[in-house]
Design a protein around this ligand. Structure first.
Ligand code: 5AD
Ligand code: SF4
Ligand code: FES
Length: 362
């Protein structure tokens, strides 16, 4: 079987069957995949990790995704919405600590007040950082006009996870209604690209009802859609959500973790010049989860710089790390971890996806 895996790894492109075999690799075989992914990372994007300071500025959300702890129907959490002033302080913190980029993330809303507020926040973030801070936003499904407006205000990367590329599975993990619609989500991803953003998406790994075939299709979906950045991590059940009832059918946590590392490694081999994030959810399973992801192809880490008093209330899943740490703590903690892991830190560099500039040139 070992031979098979090394044979597959010699292929220029992977078929769906190849990917399935790679995803099924045993403990010895997967080391070959990890090694190859690390080599490709070094050759195509360098042994460098870039920071994106993550501000989870509000957990107010009008959606009801079946997996998520901050879904609208969960009445057991305190909702918060951080003042712009505090958000801008976090931006300053990132800038001063040479993070070069921030990510604004929140629950989903699409009211005019919200749209305008974000536009101002983007402009101000640029203003207070000498126009230098790179801004990624992760604010869900919006109209093309809104995406364009926010792009013009200064955001240049957008994250919108498709969550799964399989339509049937999509409706097992979301209600089926106007706010949760697979085609709409696909269209949003296309609109993001059209508006000019470096486009990021991703999936959860180890969802109830998800098969290895689904995951292979997810990787092919990223490739077909010529995506610039990927963030994907293990699904972690949350008590206050509908999917919690299926917890007995899930893969054990350590297997979800290994499967996530395999997904990252295979993707790095398939899409050599994209940015791949080491998802925080990896660290909810393994204390060194994100560092392990950097070893097998990931090159982006999103340290949480949300003001600490709000962190407990942004629990999309349980056991989320760094709930009690402040931004300073995470910064020094992460730096040590990354350098020990053998990567250099891309301080003061945007670290844009080379795939994006290559795509624009083509
Ligand atoms: N486990 C893992 N990831 C989750 N997300 C939401 N809920 C969970 C969960 N229970 C992820 C989704 C979403 C991102 C912001 O967080 O993929 O897009
Ligand atoms: Fe809202 Fe995002 Fe959670 Fe869905 S995953 S309920 S859109 S915060
Ligand atoms: Fe937050 Fe280590 S990364 S404390």
């Amino acid at each position: 079987m070992q031979k098979n895996i090394s044979k597959i790894l010699e292929n220029e492109t992977f078929s769906k069957t190849d990917i399935i075999n790679l995803l099924k690799a045993d403990e010895n075989e997967r080391q070959l995949i990890f090694k190859k992914a690390h080599e490709i990372k070094e050759k195509h994007v360098g042994l460098k990790t870039y920071y994106r300071g993550l501000v989870e500025f509000s957990n107010i959300c009008y959606k009801n995704c079946f997996y998520c702890g901050i879904r609208a129907a969960n009445k057991n959490i305190v909702r918060y919405d951080i003042d712009d002033k505090e958000i801008l302080e976090a931006v300053e913190f990132a800038y001063k600590n040479k993070y070069a980029s921030v990510v604004f993330q929140s629950g989903e809303r699409d009211d005019d007040e919200f749209i305008e507020r974000i536009e101002n926040l983007l402009k101000k973030s640029k203003q207070i950082t000498n126009n230098e801070i790179g801004i990624t936003i992760s604010l869900g499904e919006q109209t093309y006009e809104t995406y364009k407006k926010w792009f013009d205000a200064g955001a240049h990367r957008y994250l919108l996870r498709i969550e799964t590329s399989n339509k049937d599975l999509f409706y097992k993990i979301h209600p089926k209604n106007e706010k949760h619609n697979f085609e709409k989500r696909l269209k949003a991803l296309k609109d993001i690209k059209k508006a000019g953003y470096q486009t990021g998406t991703g999936v959860m790994i180890g969802l109830p009802f998800q098969t290895i075939e689904n995951l292979a299709d997810d990787l092919l979906f990223f490739k077909e859609n010529d995506i610039d950045m990927i963030g994907m991590g293990p699904f972690i059940e949350h008590t206050e959500t509908p999917l919690y009832q299926y917890r007995k059918n899930l893969l054990p946590l350590n297997e979800r973790f290994i499967l996530s590392l395999k997904m990252i490694a295979i993707l790095r081999i398939m899409m050599k010049d994209i940015n791949i994030a080491a998802a925080t959810a990896l660290q909810a399973i393994d204390a060194l989860g994100r560092e392990k992801a950097l070893k097998v192809g990931a090159n982006i880490i999103m340290p949480n710089i949300t003001p600490t008093q709000n962190r407990t209330n942004y629990q999309l899943y349980e056991n989320k790390p760094c709930i009690d740490e402040g931004a300073d703590d995470c910064t020094s903690c992460l730096e040590a971890r990354i350098v020990i892991g053998g990567d250099e830190l891309g301080y003061n560099e945007w670290g844009d996806s080379p795939h994006f500039s290559n795509r624009k040139k083509a």
